[in-house]
Design a protein around this ligand. Structure first.
Ligand SMILES: Cc1ncc(COP(=O)(O)O)c(C=O)c1O
Length: 402
């Protein structure tokens, strides 16, 4: 049977997750099921648990590979470290931080919501104030989305750590790195992050289905007394199986594990720091194109610019969802919709994961054509020229081809 809505050529997938999957990863996953209790799967899992620490930049953290999505990884982070009624501080800056806060409230934590305009970063002055006013340490955790995918805002985690240290506050630092880890600089140990988490369909460039959670020694200690009900996501079950060397309390997604092996191998071959630099280039080039089109970035200050997603604000006479629909229908280009408060007002260009400079230029030329089609007075080639001028000066030789 033909694909539903087949289009010739490749789809230009520029949503901020799920992203393009490398052919090597697809091939690695194209395999039979196997007995996960044979020696092969534990041997593979052991290498994954060791190597995945590198993407978090941790040597002391303990990783868990859950068959879940980012939302499950959130739940794992919260329920293993906190008890119902615990007070937490959580920043609301866009749709994904909003959804995490909703989960925190439904799990019965007492959430101090610190809200900012969508397009701004976490309000760290408010955090400073709250920590100063909490000498008896009633705040048990700070929850923060490193990169808010709805608005293209990256928060400064080292600044959050500095505030906790300044006030000698022992609150746990729980970080959603779903659209940052493996693409944006992230340093679990250096920044004293207690739980970091990501999802496989973002910068790791895998299919959806793995939630990767990494716990610091302090978070593991907290899990011994945390009273939230947890079953599927209980770290203790995993730790028991880690000790036995069999690793899995229930059936793992074996194909995804082989995919993760291939994805990590590709990242290490390029070099994680090179991967991060590539994302900086792609983000910068996208922002230059937006500027050349005369449009605004939803992100209000440069310090918050995201190198994985750019939310582009459209003039009020254009509905941004028409741009997204038209791009897909006419040019086989998939862009991200504006979500919730910014629905109709922004469209998003995802520039993360398995992606290179020329793919991005293809996307930018598509965006220009769509903008023209919907009646925005764009000069065709203007954004592409600005991005290409920058990229031709900044793109290094491919590391494995030097
Ligand atoms: C920053 C962030 N956190 C969490 C999620 C939720 O992840 P999932 O859809 O995999 O459950 C997303 C999804 O896009 C996200 O961008």
């Amino acid at each position: 049977m033909a694909d539903y809505a087949y289009g010739p050529g490749r789809n230009h997938l520029f949503v901020p997750g799920p992203v393009n999957i490398p052919d090597q990863v697809i091939r690695a996953m194209n395999r039979q099921n196997e007995d996960y209790r044979s020696p092969a799967v534990p041997a593979l899992t052991k290498t994954l648990l060791e190597d995945v620490k590198q993407i978090f930049k941790t040597t002391t953290g303990t990783p868990f590979l859950f068959p879940t999505t980012g939302t499950g990884a959130w739940e794992s982070a919260l329920t293993n470290t906190l008890s119902p009624g615990d007070r937490i501080v959580s920043f609301l800056i866009g749709q994904f931080s909003l959804l995490w806060i909703d989960q925190q409230q439904r799990l019965n934590f007492k959430v101090d919501v610190v809200e900012s305009d969508w397009g701004q970063g976490a309000d760290l002055a408010a955090l400073d104030y709250k920590l100063r006013g909490d000498p008896s340490h009633t705040i048990k955790a700070i929850c923060i989305v490193h990169n808010e995918t709805a608005t293209g805002v990256t928060n400064d985690l080292s600044a959050v750590r500095k505030l906790l240290d300044k006030h000698r506050h022992p609150a746990l630092l729980l970080v959603d790195g779903v659209s940052s880890i493996c693409a944006v600089d992230f340093r679990m140990d250096e920044w004293g992050v207690d739980v970091a988490l990501t999802g496989s369909q973002k910068a790791l460039s895998l299919p959806t289905g793995l939630g990767i959670v990494c716990a610091s020694p302090k978070a593991l200690e907290a899990s011994k007394t945390a009273k939230s009900v947890r079953v599927f996501f209980d770290w203790a079950d995993y730790l028991k199986f880690y000790k036995m060397g069999t690793y899995w309390p229930y059936t793992p997604s074996i194909q995804l594990l082989y995919g993760l092996r291939a994805a990590l191998d590709l990242i290490f071959e390029e070099g994680l720091d090179n991967v991060i630099k590539r994302h900086t280039r792609l983000g910068t080039a996208t922002r230059l194109a937006v500027e050349a089109w005369g449009l605004k970035n939803c992100t209000q200050k440069e310090e918050w610019f995201s190198d994985t997603v750019t939310a582009v604000v459209v003039p009020s006479y254009i509905d941004s969802s028409e741009i997204v629909k038209h791009a897909w229908k006419r040019y086989n280009l998939s862009l991200g919709l504006g979500l919730n408060k910014v629905a109709g007002k922004v469209f998003r260009i995802g520039h993360l994961g398995h992606l290179n400079e020329l793919q991005l230029l293809g996307c930018l030329s598509g965006v220009e054509m769509v903008l023209k089609d919907v009646g925005y007075p764009v000069k065709l080639g203007s954004g592409v020229a600005a991005a290409a001028a920058y990229l031709s000066n900044s793109t290094p030789l491919i590391p494995s081809r030097i």
